[in-house]
Design a protein around this ligand. Structure first.
Ligand code: SPD
Length: 401
């Protein structure tokens, strides 16, 4: 729990007292440009004890539906403040078994290989479509998710899941370039050329370049640079994207989308990284030069356009604890919990009501909450139907050469 520090523990104690005062008791944001402190989850009632192997329900749980004793949750790497899980276990007596993955394709492969134990998963937009088509998701009962009312309109009734029949949103963000300011100086890597053009790469590749180990994201970035849609299904265009990637690949040090912020950006193992907004902002705040009051890392959205995405909370068709899964999903969607997650992940929350609890530095950061004029240049990844076969084949070529 890297961003959960002593400061947070003090804040928990303060918030436990302040929680009784209602929403106005939200923590005061720290002044710009000091990196935001995480907002611990205001408990429904003072924490009782540390979670044990068999968590015991508290008084709050008595008004709740019959809940299963445990829940198996499978989420992206480093995508939650673990205090949120502890709080749920202590309040409702449900033990959370938490496991992580690094890409949509890894999640899909696990489910297709017959993994049946999971109760809550977090696929992105296009992967929701694929999973619905494959019959891998259970329908969700929105009546059991009252916090869905706080979801912003832009995330309701999405094209990849009409009527939110299967999923509700968890967190959203963009995909761009994280760059090391001391290396680039006044120059802002504002184009995908910085990732794909050998003429550019030659200047800094010896200091390390990372790309996301994610087939739709990497092929999508190459397509976008070539002037095509990130969802292009034209075979010729896809081969052009493959060739661009293969020419750039010798200059790349790593393919990493799981812990690149911690293991590559923060320690300075690379100076440029294809990355997701929140992960790059972890590096921005963790390396912030407080003495000179300036960041060491920053994030740019390339001028050719990029991907905007939303990860979603869904229940696999094989889950046997659907009602408890919905209860947990509703908890994760509550305004205070959404804010605690965003204050930890630096990804934007789809909950309008969470905004009052989100640190102002995050809420007012256009690279995290992009304004409409930026959003209008971005593209959502969509399922590509039969062309997925070509994407898979190209990805195998890219990874094996
Ligand atoms: N460290 C958590 C990252 C989660 C990012 N999900 C992004 C999916 C975009 N296709």
């Amino acid at each position: 729990m890297k961003r959960f520090s002593i400061v947070s523990i003090i804040l928990i104690v303060v918030l436990t007292v302040l929680a009784a005062c209602g929403p106005s008791a939200a923590p005061t944001p720290t002044p710009t440009p000091v990196p935001p402190t995480p907002t611990p989850v205001p408990p429904k009632q003072p924490p009782t004890s540390k979670p044990t192997e068999e968590a015991k329900p508290t008084e709050a749980a008595k008004e709740e539906p019959q809940l299963a004793p445990e829940l198996n949750v499978f989420n992206w790497t480093d995508y939650i403040d673990e205090e949120v899980l502890t709080q749920y276990e202590e309040t409702y007596g449900v033990k959370i078994n938490y496991d992580t993955y690094a890409s949509n394709e890894e999640l899909l492969a696990k489910l297709q290989a017959g993994a049946t134990g999971y109760d809550v998963i977090f696929p992105s937009d296009y992967m929701v479509t694929q999973m619905i088509e494959l019959g891998l998701l259970a329908e969700i009962d929105l009546d059991n998710i009252p916090n869905f009312k706080d979801v912003m309109d832009m995330f309701k009734d999405p094209p990849f899941d009409p009527g939110n029949k299967y999923c509700v949103p968890y967190q959203w963000g963009t995909t761009g370039l994280g760059y090391h300011i001391p290396t680039f100086g006044d120059e802002v890597p504002d184009s995908w050329a910085y990732l794909f053009e050998p003429e550019y790469l030659k200047r800094y590749a010896d200091k390390g370049v990372n790309v996301l180990d994610d087939q739709r994201e990497l092929i999508g970035a190459a397509l976008k640079y070539l002037g095509y849609s990130v969802n292009d299904t034209n075979e010729e265009h896809l081969y052009e994207a493959r060739d661009l990637i293969l020419k750039a690949k010798p200059y790349w040090k790593t393919f990493n989308s799981s812990d690149y912020d911690d293991t590559l950006l923060i320690p300075g193992e690379v100076v440029l990284s294809h990355g997701w907004s929140g992960d790059v902002f972890v590096a921005v705040w963790e390396t912030y030069d407080e003495e000179n009051d300036e960041p060491v890392w920053w994030y740019s959205i390339p001028k050719e356009g990029a991907v905007v995405w939303v990860d979603n909370m869904c229940i696999p068709a094989s889950s046997t604890r659907k009602r408890t899964a919905e209860h947990f999903i509703n908890y994760l969607l509550s305004p205070e919990v959404q804010a605690a997650i965003t204050n930890y992940t630096y990804y934007a929350s789809p909950s309008e009501a969470a905004k009052q609890y989100i640190d102002e530095e995050i809420l007012n950061e256009p690279a995290i909450y992009p304004p409409d004029e930026v959003l209008s240049k971005l593209e959502w990844l969509e399922a590509v139907g039969d062309a997925l076969r070509i994407y898979d084949q190209i990805w195998t070529e890219i990874k094996s050469q």
